[in-house]
Design a protein around this ligand. Structure first.
Ligand code: DON
Length: 569
């Protein structure tokens, strides 16, 4: 709990340093007729749009945007991290979900973080958060390769080009990066690459060592990391920092294609991330509960906000109790989504006052509670819509800002191991208590909240949406989607609007100070028994709304909370 509070404070102070205010300027939105990219950094959106203009499709552009994000916002994502991509292919009306999440090294064990205390090394300094043991085997390069080999149309060299240019020629340090840099300054100073960076807002930053890695990736593909020379450097850097990752771990890494989760709610088909994300499950369960609790067309107001807060309590408890890597634990998803269980939770959510989280527990019984073992044994969301109607919804992460806060060949290494339960019941950086099924283990993927989502009506996709923000990813994503689909806001308004968050434990309803919820609404929620806790912001959301008639229009918005800008044509 203490760790969580402090993470929120660092991130808040980082954004405060970035000088954001509640009155967001309108530049975070754009209206286009052909195609668009919404990322949380203008240069990354431009990189994707450049690829679209060169004839690339949404897969090519998403890959280019991911690579550019890794250059211009090393606090949030990059080749040392991993993520999830949900891709809609218009030609055959198909959906494909790529899981390129980091996984634990083979030498990881359930007890590897037992008794580890936060060290007096500044923020986020527990061994699952800082240094070599914190890094999972990265999946980003493999994910990019899987996405473009299946759906892309341009060469890897063409796709890497905009990111390589940014790394070689330099880019302007954003307010958000400067804020993060300042919050983690002492730790960054200890790294030979990051320690040399000038992270003043507006300064030009070049990344020659990352440019070398990008060139190697463009020439030889992901193999250069998964066993090749860059991989060898990565393993050496991780081991120097006390980690246990080996070249075999990199060689054995595999992207998984999974069936996305989906539900029909509020007149739309919502498609989102399956396990190891618990975010997608939280969203579809919340939507199903809400539809029953408040009816099919609720107005924006205290009754809806109250029911929404209540709807998240049960799924967050389920996350702790049942979720783990679906390749290693059996998840009783059908039982968790059972109609009777949803009806019970909806009835509780329809009560006028806040219920204790435990009331939503409703344990499920299932035969497969066995925990299996394998045979051998910082975050950014982007949306792309192209002229052919393909849609890419991608969330990519190094977990906490600047990941484990060391680099390997200029690549910032993730600290995704903190998404495991370091001990049963112990909270991670986002206050999510760890469950037994999410303890670390060989080649296991940690449970995530990342929820890249695409929403459809009968005629096709209408929304691409997702977020960064730890446990708040799913609640932020869901609210922005509902703002558009239920409350008639445009993309820019939907992203800028105030958000709330509840994750069951602790029993507090968070509201934003950067976009304050109307005070009368706050009073009403207090009167319903919610303990209101202000925090600076709840997630960073990118969204693209697709209008098919009367004319094709693409409304794109990047979250003004992080200063992103969309681009398109
Ligand atoms: O996978 C997850 O849920 C986390 N690693 C996401 C972390 C995150 O969003 C941090 N950023 N703001």
């Amino acid at each position: 709990m203490r760790r969580w509070v402090s993470i929120v404070l660092w991130c808040a102070s980082a954004l405060l340093l970035a000088g954001l205010s509640a009155s967001f300027p309108p530049e975070h939105t754009g209206v286009f007729t052909r195609e668009a990219v919404a990322a949380d950094h203008a240069a990354a959106s431009r990189a994707g749009a450049e690829i679209l203009a060169a004839g690339g499709n949404a897969a090519d552009a998403a890959a280019a945007t991911m690579l550019a994000l890794g250059v211009v916002n090393p606090a949030s994502s990059g080749l040392g991290g991993g993520g999830f991509a949900l891709y809609y292919c218009a030609k055959d009306d198909s959906l494909t979900f790529f899981d390129f999440r980091e996984r634990a090294p083979r030498a990881a064990s359930r007890t590897m973080f037992d008794g580890d205390a936060e060290r007096p090394d500044g923020p986020a300094s527990a061994p699952s958060q800082l240094g070599g043991l914190a890094s999972g085997v990265p999946g980003e390069a493999a994910g990019i390769e899987a996405l473009i080999s299946r759906f892309g149309s341009l060469s890897l060299r063409e796709i890497v080009a905009p990111a390589l240019r940014l790394a070689e020629e330099g880019f302007e340090v954003s307010d958000a990066l400067a804020g993060m840099g300042s919050a983690f300054e002492t730790q960054l100073r200890g790294d030979p690459v990051m320690g040399m960076w000038n992270l003043q807002a507006g300064a030009t930053l070049r990344r020659p060592s990352l440019a070398r890695v990008l060139r190697a990736f463009a020439d030889a593909g992901a193999a250069v990391i998964y066993g090749g020379v860059i991989g060898q450097e990565m393993v050496a850097a991780v081991q120097k920092q006390g980690g246990v990752m080996t070249l075999q771990d990199l060689r054995a890494y595999r992207v998984r294609r999974r069936e996305p989760l989906e539900t029909t709610a509020f007149g739309h088909r919502w498609v989102t991330a399956p396990p190891p994300s618990a975010g997608g499950f939280t969203m579809i369960q919340s939507l199903s509960i809400l539809e029953r609790a408040v009816g099919p067309a609720p107005n924006y107001g205290a009754p809806l906000l109250h029911a929404m807060a209540e709807s998240w309590k049960g799924p967050f408890l389920d996350r702790e109790r049942y979720f783990g890597d679906p390749d290693q634990v059996i998840l009783p998803l059908d039982k968790m989504m059972g109609a009777e269980r949803i009806a019970k939770r909806a009835a509780l959510a329809a009560e006028g006052t806040a219920q204790p989280s435990a009331a939503y527990e409703l344990p499920v019984e299932w035969a497969g509670s066995r925990i299996t073992t394998p045979d051998n044994a910082g975050t950014s969301h982007l949306c792309v819509v192209d002229a052919a109607g393909n849609v890419a919804s991608v969330t990519t992460t190094v977990n906490l800002p600047f990941g484990a806060r060391f680099t390997a060949g200029g690549v910032v290494m993730n600290d995704e191991m903190d998404d495991f339960a370091s001990e049963i019941g112990k909270a991670n950086a986002f206050g999510l208590p760890g469950g037994a099924r999410n303890l670390p283990g060989p080649w296991k993927r940690p449970v995530s909240t990342m929820s890249p989502t695409i929403v459809f009506d009968n005629g096709g996709p209408v929304l691409c949406v997702g977020a960064s923000g730890g446990s708040r990813i799913v609640t932020a994503t869901q609210q922005v989607a509902m703002n558009i689909l239920l409350h008639g806001m445009n993309a820019g308004e939907a992203v800028a609007a105030p958000r709330i968050h509840h994750q069951g434990v602790p029993q507090t309803l968070q509201v934003e100070t950067v976009a304050p919820l109307d005070s009368a609404l706050q009073d009403e929620l207090r009167a319903r028994g919610h303990h209101i806790e202000p925090i600076y912001n709840i997630g960073t959301v990118q969204v693209i709304q697709i209008q098919r008639s009367p004319d094709r229009r693409i409304y794109a918005a990047s979250d003004p909370r992080k200063g992103g800008r969309p681009t398109g044509h």
